[in-house]
Design a binder for this molecule. Sequence first.
Ligand code: ADP
Ligand code: MG
Length: 652
Amino acid sequence: MKRLLLIHGAEVIALLLLSAIPLVVNNAYALGLLTLLAIYGILLIGLDVTVGYLGQINLAQAAFLGLGAYASGLSVSLLGFGMISALAMSLLVGLVFGGLLAFPALRLEGPQFALATLSFSALSETILNEWEGLTGGAQGLQISRPALWGHPVTAQGFYWLCILFLVIVWLAMRNLLSSQWGRAFEALRDSPIATDAMGIGTYRHKIAAFALGSALGGLAGGLYAFNFQYLQPQSFVYELMVILLLGVVLGGRKSLWGALVGASLIALLPNLLSNRLLFQIISILGFGIVLISGGRGLIQKTVRPFQAIAPMISMGLLVVGAALVTNTEDWRKAIFALMLFSVVVGLPEGLMGFAARFLSRIFHVPPAPLPSPASLDAALPAKSADNVPLLVLKDLKRHFGGVHAVDGISITVHSGRIHGLIGPNGSGKSTAVNVISGLYTPTSGSILLHGKPLPGNMFRVARVGISRTFQNLQLFTELSAIDNVMAAMKGVYHSPLPMVLLGLARREERRAQSDALALLELVGLQRQARVCAKDLTYGAQRFLEIARALARKPELLILDEPAAGLAYPDVSNLIKIIWDIHQRGITIILIEHHMDVISELCDVVTVLDGGRVIAEGSAEDVKRDPGVIEAYLGTANKITAAGVQELSANPG
Ligand code: ADP
Ligand code: MG
């Protein structure tokens, strides 16, 4: 209860304040600014989906504001739409164009994605400018604010309408982003490969995130049109694009409050700049913040000197500039640039992140209690038939140019077994796993699961019951341990999107939590459920990846060198964990270098060398095989089996 009050209390107070202001302050100018704040709030919440959650630089949000604005304006002037249907049109235009833009941008990351969005902005601005017959071009478009259900809307009424939309967007996005959707967006940011390998799906979520963020941009545009009642294509270009990015990073990414703080700043900033005294106060405040944040980082050694000092210098320049320059308006762009630089370098968590650190000390908000763990029977798949051929590789090949990484292997993995796959470094083990799991397409040969060919695509393979871990960890680093497991969870999330937006999917969320806790318990991490994956010890990260793979309820689990880099107590924990999983009837392919781990666990072992199978049998048999000894050591005659065991435990 105290928790709910602390969390929602601030929201309710902010809402009451925002709604009450027009009753107290009767000033058209102030009302205009507040309306803009609400509109920018919606716009930035949308932008935060791509920038904060997907981690992509998105330069198209200003363009979506423009497209949405023209969509509303034209629906009213040409089609005679009312207010609500015009706004729905703006939302739809954002959704459709956002989805379309995401398609070609799908394969792009980082700078390329930013360029694609930049081109889109340039293109849409040109079209709005040149299609004079429709938009009036540079002359601008005059719009009258339509009636709302037959009632004319005053400036005050319109402000409340904007606040209402902001509240709806806020609540819906809070529900969405704390659901499986939000986790999927973040998973995508941290590891696209694991997002597919865990059956979450990169494509659908990238498109959904972008379409959703753009739809909010479109909606904000519609409100913008009815607020100003006059549109010009020039309003939606580069300067606004930079200001919007500034708003998101300055406010704080991945935070609704951050979007609101950012929105207030960018709505007020241009006006504050025209007042010299206010500008001086802001620059001194900003200097103070980077000073505290940087100084703290330096003392705690969490940042490098450059990271702390550079923003102090740039904010210092602003303080000096504010004292010297008379007309701050003319220096607007330089001021934005200095602020953006200081924030990106010195305050990457934004103002909300900065404030949250201090606020959390004053108002300690305990996290929502977790449910009790489910039984493992619920969290893991039911046992299936034992010792029948499950996975069959037939003459499988994968070549990389001249490198024959996998060169014609045939292996049959039986259900319920632990099947060891060993071989010296570079013998093709990981490549084989990557081909089976659909990361690489085979050069030739076939892979059958229950006699049926596997789909050659990681996302689909994950969905037919094969789950894997990676030799080089691929965790969702910014998510907590429990969220990593929940993100991959299969068979729990059934609620359609509208239910999620309305917050009616809580029950399946609880169910996913308790299943995830059961899996964390299995790998000994139940106490670290809330710890961010990147803050776990290396060993714990390896175990977490196993728990996450189990969340797929796999029939076949492939572990690619799970013991690599583990210290000794962890290796014995690992053996116990693998044995427990085996006891539950899950088939396991275990790639391992440590011969003792293999001997202790595996029913059957296949040895690879140079991309080919050189031996197969029980661990004892292959250990004595002269070909295997040769492969591991290069010299067969001088070595005993015991020597192999020792040396292969420490390859290289
Ligand atoms: P292992 O897991 O047994 O140590 P890998 O399957 O990782 O071996 O590698 C087998 C061989 O294939 C190595 O020679 C490696 O350099 C090569 N190889 C693996 N992946 C690629 C790739 N993506 N491109 C080119 N060569 C690769
Ligand atoms: Mg490997």
